[in-house]
Design a protein around this ligand. Structure first.
Ligand code: HEC
Ligand code: HEC
Ligand code: HEC
Ligand code: HEC
Length: 213
């Protein structure tokens, strides 16, 4: 075979090879990445930044249902209210108040409603030193017994601080104690852990075990 014929043959061979490659690329014959698994968004209750409960102060601020705090819509201002206890010293709740869970500390220690509520004016709170507070000012009532925690709260190391870090830009905000603690049953409720993160590149490993959340 002559040198010219050889060159022509090689050129044709190369051209055909590249054409085949171009065709393969155009038709996307290989190298397709596996489809990305559907990544469901985290349930909104795990990204919700609200506190675990609505305090009376927040209910009034947001004009929520405050009918439970209109004590004198049911009680008679002239009729004194009495609190009854069973033989073990556990409070006996009347029908309208059965929804309350009375468990402020152990041993029914704070079952007497009038440790906190004013027996002479139900819509007020009354601290043991005799100070009077509105239902919306309960943080100061809590502070009258929980001095060290109240001090921590004032300093911003208990509870939650929001608002502005720089006081020149605006005020810092503090959440009231009852935004996190039920005054009648104040132990902080256990929270469900949020699901684990899903790293997309570790397929298989990332799927949470059944019933993990
Ligand atoms: C839906 C009606 C209703 C509302 C609202 C209500 N109460 Fe009562 N409460 C009752 C009834 C009925 C009783 C039992 C009879 C009584 O003592 O007058 C009672 C009893 C009580 C008792 C005695 C403990 C018990 O369970 O028997 C206390 C203390 C009390 N109420 C405080 C309050 C305070 C404080 C408020 C407002 C923050 C309030 N109540 C709002 C209906 C109500
Ligand atoms: C340790 C203090 C404390 C004790 C003890 C206490 N309360 Fe309260 N209670 C409060 C505070 C504070 C609020 C205001 C609620 C808030 O910010 O969520 C309140 C709110 C209420 C309300 C209106 C809102 C609601 O939660 O339904 C009723 C009714 C009530 N208390 C009844 C009672 C009765 C009846 C007893 C006794 C069996 C009692 N409380 C004992 C502190 C107390
Ligand atoms: C009259 C005093 C008094 C007032 C007012 C009071 N507490 Fe308490 N609190 C106690 C005592 C005493 C205990 C511990 C009782 C025990 O462990 O048996 C306690 C326990 C607690 C606990 C721990 C509960 C647990 O089971 O671990 C929390 C949280 C708490 N209080 C929050 C509050 C909040 C919030 C307020 C205001 C709404 C408040 N307290 C008002 C006396 C008070
Ligand atoms: C933003 C939520 C939040 C606020 C606001 C808050 N607490 Fe707490 N508190 C907690 C949590 C969470 C715990 C820890 C519960 C646990 O360890 O089981 C706790 C624990 C406590 C305890 C148990 C003892 C301790 O120190 O561990 C007391 C008492 C208490 N808080 C009182 C208060 C009082 C009084 C206020 C208001 C001055 C307040 N808290 C405000 C979330 C809050």
């Amino acid at each position: 075979m002559s040198a010219d014929a050889k060159n022509t043959l090689v050129s044709i061979g190369l051209a055909a090879g590249f054409l085949a490659l171009a065709g393969a690329f155009l038709m996307n014959l290989w190298g397709r990445p596996a489809a990305v698994a559907f990544n469901p968004p985290v349930a909104p209750d795990f990204t919700n930044t609200a506190t675990v409960r609505l305090s009376a102060a927040e209910l009034f601020r947001t004009e929520g249902d405050t009918s439970g705090m209109a004590c004198y819509s049911c009680h008679d201002e002239k009729k004194p209210v009495t609190v009854k206890f069973d033989a073990k010293g556990t409070v006996i709740l009347s029908e309208p108040h059965r929804d309350l869970v009375m468990r402020h500390g152990r041993n029914n220690r704070n079952d007497n409603c009038f440790i906190c509520h004013d027996s002479k004016n139900l819509v007020l709170l009354r601290a043991h030193e005799g100070q009077s507070f509105k239902l919306t000012e309960s943080t100061r009532l809590c502070g009258s017994c929980h001095g060290p925690t109240y001090r921590d709260w004032e300093a911003g190391i208990h509870g939650r601080t929001g608002g502005f870090w720089s006081r020149q830009m605006g005020a810092a905000t503090r959440q009231d104690c009852t935004a996190c603690h039920d005054p009648h049953n104040p132990a902080f409720p256990p929270l469900k852990p949020a699901p684990a993160p899903r790293p997309l590149h570790l397929r298989g490993v990332a799927t949470a075990p059944k019933g993990a959340h």
